[in-house]
Write a protein that binds this ligand. Structure first.
Ligand code: MD3
Ligand code: FE
Length: 215
């Protein structure tokens, strides 16, 4: 019988990446169904949309949010907004399963009392990508960003503190959690164009949750 963890069989479940950053392989696996049903509920109230960058490009990744604030972008810039500009309603609350997983993951990585304000939900279809960037729109620059990968696997690009620093490629699979805090908070990172495929739970998509302490 195939082992649930086959794809990670030759890796430790906890991989330190650098000071402040750790991969928790398969840590979200037991919660995947519950997280995805949360995503579907959130998307009914706050539909996925392709945001426009300040430079005028439409992002290939579709996004929505839950929590006290949500990350949005338009021609005026990037910001955290307490309401969804598409509906003018408050973002849906973070489901308890989201909060619990974020807190547990942060604690495992050594960040106690994590209380995320926002969860940005990214949906990747085949070909969708995220160029190298830093996440700098949060006021708290020490609290970790907790990332949860669901569905199709992706190649995560992990660079350094400068854009020109060498980039490593890491495969992130269904259920993998990555915690980036403290000194690792401002590394450049991105996602290579998603390879087409079929996942038994998410179909043709990859879903990524990123929890953020904004205030
Ligand atoms: C390292 N998302 O939403 S998650 C993003 O897979 C984002 O959708 C990617 O980058 C995704 O901003 C990558 C891993 C991640 C997220 C945030 C980080 C790594 C990070 C912030 C600082 C350093
Ligand atoms: Fe990011």
């Amino acid at each position: 019988m195939a082992c649930l963890f086959d794809s990670h069989a030759h890796e430790p479940l906890e991989e330190p990446l650098e000071d402040g950053a750790v991969i928790l392989r398969a840590f979200a696996l037991p919660y995947a169904q519950s997280l995805l049903s949360g995503v579907h509920q959130i998307a009914e109230a706050a539909p996925f949309r392709h945001l426009v960058t300040p430079g005028g490009y439409t992002m290939s990744v579709a996004m929505t949010n839950c929590g006290r604030v949500g990350w949005v972008s338009d021609r005026r810039g990037y910001r955290y907004d307490p309401s969804d500009p598409d509906t003018n309603l408050a973002w849906p609350a973070m489901p308890p399963a989201f909060v619990n997983l974020a807190k547990q993951s942060a604690a495992k990585a050594g960040f106690e009392a994590y209380d995320p304000d926002a969860c940005l939900i990214n949906r990747y279809a085949a070909g969708a990508k995220l160029g190298l960037h830093q996440d700098k729109d949060e006021n708290d620059q020490w609290a970790p960003i907790v990332s949860v990968s669901l569905g199709l696997p992706a190649t995560f690009l992990w660079g350094g503190r400068k854009r020109a620093d060498p980039v490593r490629r890491i495969r992130l699979e269904h259920g993998d959690v990555v915690v980036w805090g403290g000194p690792a908070r401002f590394v450049y990172h991105g996602v290579s164009p998603l390879k087409a495929g079929e996942h038994e739970i998410t179909g043709d998509a990859r879903i990524n949750l990123t929890f953020r302490k904004v205030f």
